[in-house]
Design a protein around this ligand. Structure first.
Ligand code: P6P
Length: 339
């Protein structure tokens, strides 16, 4: 029986895990949760209000922005501005880093990288979308103007990371480096309640997630792995099932609960990979590793990568430990393609 506990109560209890903590990170997590509730409310009524569909603008990635993308982006930016604990934001929706230089942020110690609404192409078809966030302590001193170096840190430097999945229910899953816990939003009381304590990803799984439309462009090692998944072998419960949601959070959340693997290798239109390092790969890799899983490019641990630009893309293989290691085994038969 899981004890009834709200996210706020849980955060307060766990604050003692960080003796140096003065409550700033706790406050920041609460700010994220509040913005998540506001986004959840809009996502859940998108079909009714005029917030569905395209905003007729493109983001820095050249991707068509949805109205909900922009709404979500604004909700999180405003939450960070009001909270006063964030000095700089990197968002998928903004070409440049956002420096928060209002009075409240003068002694802010944290920087945040976020994808305010990942998988937003799913919005119009009522499929799961999500928010992904990654939190770092700034490197510069609080009386200095923050620079991009405050956020271009390897994933190993994250102090917290999480995602909010807006699916059949809204869940917030996060880690501060001491395990992973999941909270489900109870709309009747407007609280995220502890529903998945100490999440642990199964070492094995029978589901693989990859866009097989790109199959002929995949590196040979990935092609070999996909054929391995499809081969009959009852001793390893193969053939596996293929599931691909078009929303990375949905595929990874399923892997967290049931075991499985998500792959986004290099493909014809993304030679270096499509998924962004700072606000998709790093936070999700931190969470998956904290739950006992693995995340790599096929050759390197994601969290060890030193970012060199805020919208950098990489190839990623993430999920159940033994499944990721099997892909690496296939890929290591071929030398790494230096893009
Ligand atoms: P494709 C959504 O835009 C996203 O970043 C991930 O959430 C998702 O898994 C992937 O891109 C889908 O990309 O090229 O398969 O449509």
């Amino acid at each position: 029986m899981i004890p009834f506990k709200t996210l706020s109560q849980f955060i307060a209890e766990k604050q003692s895990d960080f003796p140096y903590a003065k409550g700033e990170l706790s406050r920041l997590l609460r700010d994220i949760a509040l913005a998540g509730k506001l986004v959840s409310r809009e996502v859940n009524k998108a079909g009714i209000t005029d917030i569905l569909g395209d905003a007729n603008t493109d983001n820095v990635q050249g991707e068509k922005q949805k109205k909900l993308d922009l709404f979500a982006n604004e909700q999180f930016i405003q939450a960070f501005k009001r909270g006063g604990d964030v000095a700089m934001i990197v968002s998928e929706e903004n070409e440049h880093e956002i420096v928060l230089d209002n009075d409240l942020a003068m002694d802010a110690n944290y920087t945040v990288a976020m994808d305010p609404l990942d998988g937003s192409s799913n919005i119009d078809v009522n499929a799961a979308v999500g928010t992904i966030f990654s939190i770092y302590r700034r490197i510069s001193h609080i009386n200095e103007k923050p620079t991009v170096e405050d956020i271009l840190q390897p994933g190993t430097e994250q102090v917290a990371a999480g995602y909010i999945i807006y699916g059949t229910s809204t869940m917030l899953v996060y880690t501060t480096g001491k395990g992973v816990n999941g909270f489900t939003l109870d709309p009747s009381i407007g609280e995220f309640c502890l529903s998945h304590p100490n999440m642990s990803i199964p070492e094995n799984g029978q589901i693989y997630s990859v866009n097989e439309g790109n199959y002929i462009y995949f590196p040979q090692g990935v092609k070999d792995y996909i054929k391995y998944c499809q081969m009959y072998d009852p001793s390893t419960k193969r053939p596996y099932n293929s599931r691909y949601a078009g929303s990375m959070i949905a595929d990874i959340h399923r892997s967290m609960l049931k075991g499985g693997i998500f792959l986004y290798p290099s493909s014809w239109d993304h030679k270096e990979g499509k998924i962004r390092l700072m606000y998709e790969c790093n936070p999700l890799s931190f969470i998956v590793e904290q739950a006992g899983g693995k995340a790599s490019t096929g050759y390197r641990r994601v969290l060890d990568i030193q970012p060199d630009k805020i919208h950098q893309r990489i190839t990623i293989i993430i999920g159940s430990k033994n499944m990721v290691e099997k892909v690496e085994e296939f890929m290591h038969k071929y030398k790494e393609i230096n893009l």
